[in-house]
Design a protein around this ligand. Structure first.
Ligand SMILES: NC(=O)c1ccc[n+]([C@@H]2O[C@H](COP(=O)([O-])OP(=O)(O)OC[C@H]3O[C@@H](n4cnc5c(N)ncnc54)[C@H](OP(=O)(O)O)[C@@H]3O)[C@@H](O)[C@H]2O)c1
Length: 259
């Protein structure tokens, strides 16, 4: 059970709403200790006993911990004074120092969940700017464990880099699944079969990696010296790993520059 009152600005959105639902479902927080806001002041979550407000300062005043779950481009218009409070930002590309300056929070934490919060399967790295009490770090960890796994990182830059890695959630697998299916169709495989095959590889077979080391998995499959070896060798000789590195660097550069 979390004892603090948690306010989520943008708590009706994809990430904010998923966190609210998980906290309630796991009874980590009674609905009466949850405050959420959006611009219209309406959302079905209010019918579950969550306090929904349209005024973000009212949310801040009623909360001990404030989670900012609005899109980065909406941050500038929030105008909140969170003096003496803990602010946790989920926003990509906005530095902890900027958040501290604009909110006057006593502690700022940057966290980077992903879209899998919806199924409680996110990985959420988080970073504390400055000294933060152990009780606060414990609260942050538990908050994000309600929607998956979480880990503290020691450098803010890791949040920007990981925005392009785990922050992208299902994007890389979706790209792979689409490419596999499209290429199979181009090779003459019926579209429904191509989609089933590609989905099986990305969604089902990848679950083996939950309990197997990926490097050992590659080595053992390549050891057959057959079809898989030929396919993977083409990928690696074609610069697959370098391409992944470039993609992550490019995404991280956008996060570092700010959105
Ligand atoms: N989605 C992802 O996969 C992902 C991954 C990593 C990080 N993030 C970060 O998470 C944050 C939220 O993303 P999201 O996908 O959850 O966005 P979203 O679904 O668009 O949710 C944003 C919420 O903010 C509300 N909002 C906008 N302006 C507001 C204001 N001035 N006051 C109060 N509420 C306001 C919106 O509601 P109204 O329009 O009704 O006001 C909406 O419910 C972003 O900063 C993003 O960088 C997202």
């Amino acid at each position: 059970m979390i004892n603090e009152t948690v306010g989520i600005i943008g708590g009706s959105g994809w990430l904010g709403g998923s966190i609210v639902k998980a906290l309630l479902a796991k009874a980590l927080l009674p609905a009466g200790k949850l405050v959420i806001s959006n611009r219209c002041g309406e959302h079905p979550l209010a019918r579950q006993g969550v306090c929904l407000v349209a005024d973000n300062q009212v949310l801040v005043d009623r909360s001990d911990v404030i989670v900012i779950a609005v899109r980065p481009e909406h941050f500038a218009s929030l105008n909140i004074n969170a003096t003496g409070k803990i602010v946790i930002s989920l926003m990509a590309g906005i530095k902890a120092q900027t958040i501290a300056e604009r909110t006057s929070a006593s502690a700022v934490i940057r966290a980077m969940p992903n879209a899998a919060v919806e199924i409680e399967q996110s990985f959420t790295p988080w970073y504390c700017a400055g000294e933060v009490a152990a009780a606060t770090r414990n609260l942050v960890q538990r908050l994000f464990e309600s929607v998956g796994t979480a880990a503290q990182v020691q450098e803010e830059d890791f949040i920007d880099y990981l925005s392009a890695l785990s922050g992208t959630g299902p994007a890389f697998p979706a790209l792979l699944m689409t490419a596999l299916a499209d290429q199979a169709v181009a090779a003459g495989v019926p579209a429904d079969i191509a989609r089933l095959a590609a989905k099986n590889v990305v969604v089902n077979c990848s679950q083996l990696l939950a309990s197997h080391d990926p490097r050992q998995m590659i080595d053992s499959l390549v050891a057959y010296r057959g079809v898989t070896a030929a396919a993977l060798q083409t990928m690696t000789e074609g610069g697959f790993e370098e391409q992944v590195g470039r993609a992550l660097r490019e995404g991280a550069a956008v996060a570092r520059k700010g959105l």
